[in-house]
Design a protein around this ligand. Structure first.
Ligand code: UDP
Length: 369
């Protein structure tokens, strides 16, 4: 494979390091490390005040986009004046001849809509969320219809939420720098559970607090406080639960903090496109107990690296917590090393981008013939 020049467009909802972009921020970092490790030249376009990610980051001025996490089916597209997303798209368009491929990570209408208008360099999209709104479904399906190779997803469950694409898009999963995560062979005593994720309605914190209340195990919560009302409601519903908010930590501190958990519990109410926190927990040896819904259901091997229970079955989560000792923490780590390393992620993305570039070249030459 020859070295490629790759431009990555980051999420426009917050600077890298703010946490507003959720798992996209970590995925972007993994992509930079993995793709440069394979000899490619990678540059990043991101909102100003983004953290350094080990390569050139073009800090872009402009108004941040609202996040799509809590969108409804009829939520319209919002394009603020002086928007950072438009500025990043414009920079990519004006500089496209300096790159072999542009990889968009923004789950937003504008870059998807622009797909066919990038004539010199193909604009590819790693879609970071499942279906949320009619407008986004429409533009994702339109981009894939016009440029069938240019759209990829993180999990099959995510792809299945876009019926016209379910069987045609590459599934890329995600990956982390496993060597930056310390394996904890045993859980800390006294035992406690973990919740890692944005405090936002779709993440299902209330169900995990209910599990803590029923089992009597303390619950430690790490993640960006995006919606205080979600936190307050979860705590108010189970005042007897021992819950502590541990803050939003940078990756190195997060990995050191979570390794002592007996298990991490994931109870998302939406179809999680992947769930980076599942592989981060497993990399530290912590098994994952999750609903059989979305990405976590593809990551967790039931009965080996965690337990999968029927969606919204809190009693099932509680029963699974009682069986944590059946799980092997070393196997959790091994699974991440095999499937979700940065190298494995970059190899999958590299293969996909080669196809994107090749198809773009052949359609270009046939159009100009
Ligand atoms: N995260 C973090 N610090 C914290 C808690 C979470 O950096 O204290 C990061 C975590 O590393 C992960 C992201 O938040 O990359 C959450 O991503 P995930 O894919 O699990 O869900 P999303 O937020 O994208 O829906």
């Amino acid at each position: 494979m020859s070295p490629k020049r790759i431009l990555i467009i980051s999420t426009p909802v917050g600077p890298l390091g703010s946490g507003e972009g959720g798992g996209v921020e970590l995925t972007l970092h993994s992509l930079v490390l993995g793709l440069t490790g394979r000899g490619h030249h990678v540059e990043v376009l991101a909102p100003e005040r983004s953290l350094h990610v080990g390569t050139v980051v073009h800090q872009t001025h402009g108004t941040l986009q609202p996040t799509a996490h809590t969108a409804h089916r009829d939520t319209p597209v919002i394009i603020p004046p002086d928007g950072v997303l438009a500025a990043m798209c414009e920079w990519a368009r004006a500089n496209q001849e300096h790159f072999d491929v542009i990889l968009n990570l923004a789950y937003d209408w504008l870059p998807l809509y622009l797909t066919p208008y990038f004539a010199i360099t193909p604009l590819a999209h790693l879609v970071s969320m499942a279906t949320l709104s009619e407008t986004m479904d429409d533009v994702i399906e339109r981009a894939a219809a016009l440029r069938p190779r240019n759209v990829a997803m993180h999990s099959q469950a995510q792809a299945d939420t876009f019926p016209t694409l379910a069987h045609s898009v590459p599934i890329i999963a995600s990956g982390i720098a496993v060597e930056r995560y310390d394996l904890h062979i045993t859980a800390d005593e006294p035992r406690h559970l973990g919740f890692i994720g944005r405090i936002s309605p779709e993440k299902g914190l209330a169900d995990v607090v209910a599990v803590a209340a029923a089992t009597g195990l303390p619950l430690k919560v790490w993640g960006l406080m995006q919606d205080q009302a979600t936190w307050d409601a979860a705590i108010a519903a189970h005042p007897e639960a021992q819950v502590s908010y541990e803050g939003f930590l940078p990756t190195d501190d997060l990995q050191a903090a979570i390794g002592g958990c007996a298990a991490v519990v994931m109870a998302p109410k939406w179809v999680e496109a992947f769930g980076n926190v599942a592989i981060e927990a497993m990399a530290t040896g912590v098994p994952v107990i999750a609903y059989r819904r979305g990405g976590p259901a593809e990551i967790v091997v039931d009965g080996e690296t965690g337990f999968l229970v029927e969606p919204d079955d809190i009693d099932g989560l509680i029963a699974a917590v009682g069986r944590i000792d059946e799980l092997d923490r070393v196997e959790c780590r091994q699974r991440v090393e095999e499937e979700y390393s940065i190298e494995a992620l970059a190899a999958r993305v590299d293969r996909w981008l080669d196809v994107v570039i090749e198809c773009h070249r052949s359609s270009w030459s046939s159009e100009s013939a």
